[in-house]
Design a protein around this ligand. Structure first.
Ligand code: 8YV
Length: 298
C-alpha cells in the first residue's frame, strides 16, 4: 500500500475510495509517495523537503499555480490536475456573474426579501445584448464563457499570450481590451506570471461603465486597486468568485452594493466534483501502475 499525504481535508467521496488502496497520512514523512492537494494550494519548498520520496502530486482542480513545477521537474515528481471536467460549470458561474452584476439580481433579491417591492418598483438595470465581453485568457474555460455570452448577444474580444484561430477579436494589449470591454472577464491561470495583471491602470481603462468578473484566481487582480476603483466609481461593479486571500474577503467587498461575491463555487457541483475526484484517482492509479498519466502537467 503506497502512502498518500493529504495536507488539508478533502471531500470524503474522494478520500474514502483512495483509502481502500492507499495508506492516508496526515503528516509529511519519508514513507509518502503521493500527495493530493486542492487547486491553488501552495506547496512550499519546505513541505517538499519533508517528502523526500514523493513521486506524484495530484491536484484536485485545474489550477496548479500553487505547485512549484520547476522544482518538481528537478526532483522527478510528476504533477497531474483535473482539466476539462470542470470547464462548463466554471463558465456557467462566469455567465451567472455577468447576469447578476448587469441585471442587479442579488440586489433585486434583497429588495423583495426586505419588503421594499410594495413601496415601489426595483430600479432599472443594464441589458447584455450589444455589449462587449473582454476575456483575459482564452483557454478552455475562456472559450466556454465566450460561447455562452455569444448566445446572450455580446461581442467577444480577448487578450492572451497569442492570437488564436477563432472568430473573436484579439487585442494585443490588456488595457486595449479593457477599453473595449463592458465586462472584463478574468479566465487565465494564477501564479507569479499573472499576479496583479488586473491593476489600477487596467481598471481605469475598463472605465466607469465597466464591470470586472473574476472566476480564475484572486491573485490575478490587485484587490486594493479594485476596492479603490469601486469606491471612486472608476468602474461600475464587479462579480467575484475568487479572492486574493481566500477564505478571507475584505470587508470593503462584502459591504459594497456594487459587488456580487461568491465563495469560490465555480466547480462546486456534485457532478463536477465527482468527475474531478475520479480523475485524481485515475491519475494516481496510472502512476502507481507505471502507466502514462491521464492528465499530466509534468
Ligand atoms: C476548486 C479550483 O475550488 O480547479 C481549480 O483550480 O480552484 C476549483 O475548481 C478546487 O480545486 C477544489 O478543491
Amino acid at each position: 500500500m503506497s502512502a498518500l499525504y493529504l495536507p488539508v481535508p478533502l471531500p470524503s467521496f474522494l478520500v474514502m475510495p483512495l483509502a481502500e488502496t492507499h495508506a492516508i497520512e496526515q503528516e509529511p514523512s519519508a514513507t509518502v509517495r503521493g500527495m493530493v492537494v486542492p487547486g491553488g494550494f501552495a506547496v512550499s519548498e519546505s513541505l517538499l523537503s519533508r517528502l523526500p520520496n514523493l513521486e506524484v502530486i495530484s491536484v484536485f482542480g485545474v489550477g496548479y499555480d500553487g505547485v512549484p513545477i520547476a522544482l518538481c521537474q528537478q526532483r522527478g515528481i510528476r504533477v497531474t490536475n483535473t482539466p476539462d471536467v470542470l470547464t462548463e460549470d466554471v463558465a456557467d458561474i462566469a455567465t451567472a456573474l455577468v447576469l447578476m452584476t448587469s441585471r442587479r439580481l442579488a440586489e433585486a433579491e434583497k429588495f423583495i426579501r426586505a419588503g421594499s417591492w410594495t413601496s415601489g418598483a426595483f430600479p432599472l438595470a443594464h441589458a447584455l445584448r450589444g455589449k462587449t465581453a473582454g476575456i483575459v485568457g482564452l483557454g478552455r474555460i475562456g472559450k466556454a464563457i465566450a460561447y455562452r455570452l455569444t448566445a446572450h448577444g455580446l461581442t467577444i474580444a480577448y487578450f492572451g499570450r497569442q492570437q488564436q484561430v477563432v472568430a473573436y477579436d484579439y487585442c494585443d494589449s490588456l488595457c486595449g481590451l479593457a477599453k473595449k470591454a463592458d465586462f472584463l472577464i478574468v479566465a487565465c491561470p494564477g501564479g507569479s506570471g499573472t499576479k496583479h495583471l488586473i491593476n489600477a491602470k487596467v481598471l481605469s481603462a475598463l472605465g466607469s461603465d465597466g464591470i470586472l468578473i473574476n472566476i480564475a484566481r484572486g491573485s490575478v487582480v490587485d484587490e486594493v486597486a479594485l476596492i479603490a476603483a469601486l469606491k471612486t466609481g472608476e468602474i461600475r461593479g464587479a462579480g467575484l468568485d475568487v479572492f486574493e486571500n481566500e477564505p478571507q474577503v475584505p470587508a470593503e467587498l462584502i459591504d459594497s452594493e456594487k459587488v456580487v461575491i461568491l465563495p469560490h463555487v465555480g466547480s462546486a457541483t456534485h457532478e463536477t466534483r465527482q468527475a474531478m475526484a475520479q480523475l485524481v484517482r485515475d491519475n494516481l492509479a496510472a502512476h502507481f501502475a507505471n502507466q502514462p498519466l491521464v492528465t499530466p502537467v509534468c
